[in-house]
Design a protein around this ligand. Structure first.
Ligand code: M6R
Length: 362
C-alpha cells in the first residue's frame, strides 16, 4: 500500500533505509561485525561474471568497482542481451551472478543459463525468491527490501548495491586482501548506511526546488567518476524513464570525447562528486562545463561542497560517508530528482508509458 505517499515510487524511495537495513542484516553478523555471505568460496575463484539489464546492470557495475578494488577479484559485468548472443569466452572457474529484481527478465535468464552450461557456478541476487532465476541458481542471495511496485526501480537498486558491498568485503577477507579488523571496520560502515540514506532522503525539499527548473529542460547530462559514473547512468535512466526528458549519463572523463559538445545554457548538467579520490578530476570537469555556459547541479558531500569551484547553479550537500557506501548515499538525491521532475510534468510515475515492470520477453 502507498500509505501517505502519492506514488509507489515515492514510498519506495522512502523505504530504502529499512530495505537496506534488512538486506544488510542478512549478510553480516551484527554480534561479530563480520560478513556472512554463504555458498561460495571466494578464495578459490578466478573471476565473477555479472549479467543483468537496466538498473540491475548498473548495480552490477557498482559491484565491479567495489569487488575489484577491495578483493582484487576480476569482475565482468555485461548487459544480458549482449552477453547471450555474442559467444563470450567463458571459463568454468568463475562465478556467474544474475542480478534481477524480478528474477524473470528473459535476457538475464538466458545469459545466466549460458553461464551454467559453461560449467560456471551460479548465484542469483533477486527480490523474488520464487522466480525462475532463483530456482535455477546454485546459490540465492535475496535482497530483502520487500516487493517493489513502481516500474522505476529504486529500493531494489540500493538493496542490490548493499549485497554487492557485502560480497566485496567477504571476498576481500576470504582472499586475504584485508584482515579481520578491517573487515569489522567495513561492516560497521555498511551497517551505518541506512541512517545516512535516511539523511540523504531528507534533502527532498531542496531537490523539489531544483526539479521545477530541470522539468523545463530538453536534455540533461549526468556526469561522475568511479562508482559515480555508474550512478550517472542510473540518474539518466531514472529521469528518462519517468519524466521522458532525454538524459545521458557519462563517465566524466569522456566529456572531451564528445558530450561537451552538448553543453549550453539550456542543458542542466548534474555532477555526482563526493569528496573521494576522483573529486579533483570531477571538479575540473565542472569548471570546464561552466566555462561553456553549463548550468551545474553539483551533488556532493560537506567536504566536497567546501572544495567545489564556485559557480554551480545549485550545490546539493549529501551526508559525508566512507567511499564504500557512497553509491548508496548518493542514490536518493538522483531518484528524488527524477521523481519530482516527473511529478512537475504530470507524468504517470508508477506506470511510465511503454514500460513494463518485468520484461519477460526479449
Ligand atoms: O527485474 P530486473 O531487475 O531483472 O529488471 C531489469 C530492468 O528491466 C529494470 O531494472 C528496469 O531497467 C527498471 N525499469 C529501471 O528502473
Amino acid at each position: 500500500e502507498k500509505g501517505n505517499y502519492r506514488h509507489f515510487m515515492e514510498k519506495e524511495i522512502h523505504d530504502q533505509p529499512e530495505g537496506c537495513q534488512h538486506t544488510i542484516a542478512a549478510y553480516v553478523d551484527t554480534l561479530t561485525d563480520r560478513t556472512r555471505v554463504e555458498g561460495i568460496d571466494f578464495a578459490g575463484l578466478e573471476r565473477i561474471q555479472i549479467v543483468a539489464c537496466g538498473t540491475s546492470y548498473i548495480a552490477g557495475m557498482i559491484g565491479r568497482y567495489l569487488i575489484e578494488s577491495l578483493a582484487d577479484l576480476p569482475v565482468d559485468v555485461e548487459i544480458a542481451s549482449e552477453f547471450r548472443y555474442r559467444n563470450p569466452s567463458l571459463r568454468a572457474n568463475a562465478l556467474a551472478i544474475a542480478m534481477s529484481q524480478s528474477g524473470e527478465t528473459a535476457d538475464t535468464l538466458a545469459a545466466f543459463r549460458h553461464c551454467a552450461q559453461a560449467g560456471m557456478k551460479t548465484a542469483a541476487i533477486v527480490n523474488a525468491t520464487e522466480s525462475t532465476i532463483a530456482r535455477e541458481a546454485d546459490v540465492v542471495w535475496p535482497i530483502h527490501c520487500g516487493p517493489e511496485i513502481g516500474v522505476a526501480s529504486t529500493k531494489a537498486f540500493t538493496a542490490q548495491v548493499s549485497v554487492m558491498i557485502a560480497i566485496a568485503i567477504a571476498a576481500a577477507k576470504a582472499r586475504g586482501r584485508i584482515d579481520g579488523a578491517e573487515e569489522q571496520r567495513l561492516v560497521r560502515v555498511l551497517l551505518g548506511a541506512p541512517r545516512l540514506i535516511a539523511e540523504a532522503i531528507g534533502l527532498e525539499g531542496a531537490i523539489k526546488d531544483i526539479a521545477a527548473e530541470i522539468a523545463k529542460a530538453r536534455d540533461v547530462l549526468y556526469l561522475g567518476r568511479g562508482p559515480m559514473s555508474a550512478l550517472a547512468l542510473e540518474g539518466a535512466l531514472k529521469l528518462k524513464e519517468i519524466s521522458y526528458i532525454h538524459a545521458e549519463g557519462y563517465a566524466a572523463g569522456e566529456l572531451k570525447h564528445g558530450p561537451i559538445a552538448l553543453v549550453d545554457e539550456a542543458t542542466p548538467i548534474i555532477i555526482l562528486a563526493p569528496y573521494d579520490s576522483w573529486f579533483e578530476k570531477s571538479a575540473s570537469n565542472m569548471s570546464e562545463v561552466m566555462a561553456r555556459g553549463g548550468q551545474v547541479v553539483f551533488i556532493t558531500d560537506p567536504e566536497g561542497a567546501r572544495h567545489a569551484p564556485a559557480g554551480a547553479k545549485v550545490v546539493v550537500t549529501a551526508p559525508g560517508c566512507d567511499p564504500l557506501i557512497s553509491a548508496l548515499v548518493m542514490s536518493a538525491p538522483i531518484q528524488l530528482l527524477a521523481y519530482h521532475v516527473a511529478v512537475v510534468k504530470g507524468a504517470d510515475v508508477d506506470q511510465p508509458r511503454n514500460l513494463a515492470k518485468s520484461v519477460t520477453v526479449e
